[in-house]
Write a protein that binds this ligand. Structure first.
Ligand SMILES: NC(=O)c1ccc[n+]([C@@H]2O[C@H](COP(=O)([O-])OP(=O)(O)OC[C@H]3O[C@@H](n4cnc5c(N)ncnc54)[C@H](O)[C@@H]3O)[C@@H](O)[C@H]2O)c1
Length: 394
């Protein structure tokens, strides 16, 4: 007999508790074998700094990790002439990207990329996606052979041969396994320890996923793992496009019903696009933190929504580049470039008509349509359904 809804929830809950217990066992084994893990965080922007704080606090508590957490800093000179990495090491705070928050004394900022990654067997990638390929090329062949990676990066690379997810790019360039961690995670809220959840996506090796869960999990940051790298990563990437649409709705003061409609249509396109690209993507992934929860938080808060709101208020007359520079103080906007990348995939594959919201977001961002076009595309009814992973035009 199929389990009742209540039983199903209990089964899922047990799964998560079991995961935590197995993790501790694996940790003890690792210590018994003398193999403490060394962690390096590649990136030190807003989320990179918060991720370092989370990891540093766990590294101190858990015996299977070295206390020290290295954080690679893309070096910048601050307005007062000081180097960012030196200031981080002096006052234990990333004054540019996460002011007012102590990272933990065991976080060491390192501006030398090759040096920062050399000894680590756990590499956490968290930079804006446009820099990843260059970073990987610089460190290829200079990392430990047993290194494992995880990507917290949202975005994709579109190449001649098709779209390439960032985790695949890291795996290919460095010849190592790469998991992903995504979720409803606005960094500033996590930095002040407000409760949230996240999802680790992994491919085959559950033990590795458990190790990543252990490294990030906190009472205020609950992490679970699903065996669906592409689903988790595409959720995290595509929701930024929907957030741009939500920002247009806010800028045009269209109200909550319209915004909810845009989010629903966006979620439907996220799921359809993900399944067309990767038939293995699971429906259940869209109900994890990386799916619907991240979509909601990004459409309510977040920098993509904020800049798109300003863009629409100005009637599309100020470019996103200008707004990014003015409103984000060095932080990077992901949604506009992701919308362009998604558009390229849709155009290349002849899918533009199937994804009116995604296509319209790019047309508005690139100045071809006015912001009001976000609710004016001709047909909001679904043009296709996805049955057991295969697309069927209705
Ligand atoms: N901030 C958030 O709330 C949040 C939450 C979840 C995921 N993310 C994702 O995390 C990733 C990193 O975002 P973030 O918020 O940590 O960064 P950020 O946008 O706050 O900061 C930009 C970073 O890029 C670095 N940089 C600038 N030029 C560079 C170059 N040429 N080469 C390498 N690095 C360069 C800067 O030094 C800085 O560290 C993105 O993919 C983002 O979508 C962010």
């Amino acid at each position: 007999m199929a389990p009742s809804a209540q039983q199903q929830l209990e089964i899922e809950g047990q799964g998560r508790r079991e995961s935590a217990v197995v993790s501790n066992g694996a940790a003890d084994e690792a210590v018994a074998g003398g193999a403490k893990s060394r962690v390096t965080v590649v990136g030190s922007g807003n989320w990179g700094s918060v991720a370092s704080k989370l990891i540093a606090s766990n590294a101190l508590k858990l015996p299977s990790f070295h206390d020290e957490v290295r954080m690679w800093v893309f070096e910048e000179t601050l307005p007062n002439g000081e180097k960012l990495s030196e200031v981080i090491n002096q006052i234990n705070e990333n004054v540019k990207y996460l002011p007012g928050i102590k990272l933990g004394k065991n976080v060491v900022a390192d501006p030398d990329l090759e040096h920062a990654v050399r000894d680590a067997n756990m590499l956490v990638f968290v930079t804006p996606h446009q820099f990843v390929e260059g970073i990987c090329k610089r460190i290829a062949g200079k990392i430990r052979k047993d290194a494992e990676a995880i990507s917290l990066i949202k975005g994709m690379e579109v190449k001649m041969e098709g779209p390439c997810m960032i985790s695949s790019l890291i795996s290919q360039e460095l010849q190592i396994n790469c998991c992903v961690l995504m979720g409803a995670n606005i960094a500033n809220e996590i930095s002040v320890e407000k409760f949230s959840e996240a999802t680790v996506g992994y491919r085959g090796n559950k033990e590795i996923a458990e190790r990543w869960v252990q490294l990030f999990n906190h009472p205020y940051f609950m992490v679970s793992a699903v065996q669906d790298v592409e689903g988790v990563e595409l959720c995290g990437t595509l929701k930024n496009v929907v957030a741009i649409a939500a920002g247009f709705v806010d800028g045009l003061e269209m109200g909550n019903n319209t915004k909810a409609a845009i989010m629903r249509i966006g979620l439907r396109e996220m799921k359809a696009f993900s399944k067309l690209l990767f038939p293995s993507v699971k429906d259940s992934t869209f109900f994890e933190s990386c799916g619907v929860a991240d979509l909601i938080t990004t459409c309510l808060g977040g920098r993509n929504r904020k800049c798109a709101e300003a863009f629409a208020r100005n009637g599309g007359k100020r470019s996103f580049d200008e707004l990014e520079a003015e409103m984000l103080q060095g932080q990077k906007l992901q949604g506009v470039s992701t919308a362009k990348e998604v558009y390229e995939v849709l155009r290349h594959r002849g899918w533009l008509e199937l994804f009116p919201l995604f296509a319209t977001v790019h047309e508005i961002c690139s100045g071809h349509y006015p912001p009001s076009a976000i609710v004016e595309y001709s047909d909001h009814t679904p043009k296709f359904s996805l049955l057991e992973g295969s697309a069927r035009i209705l």
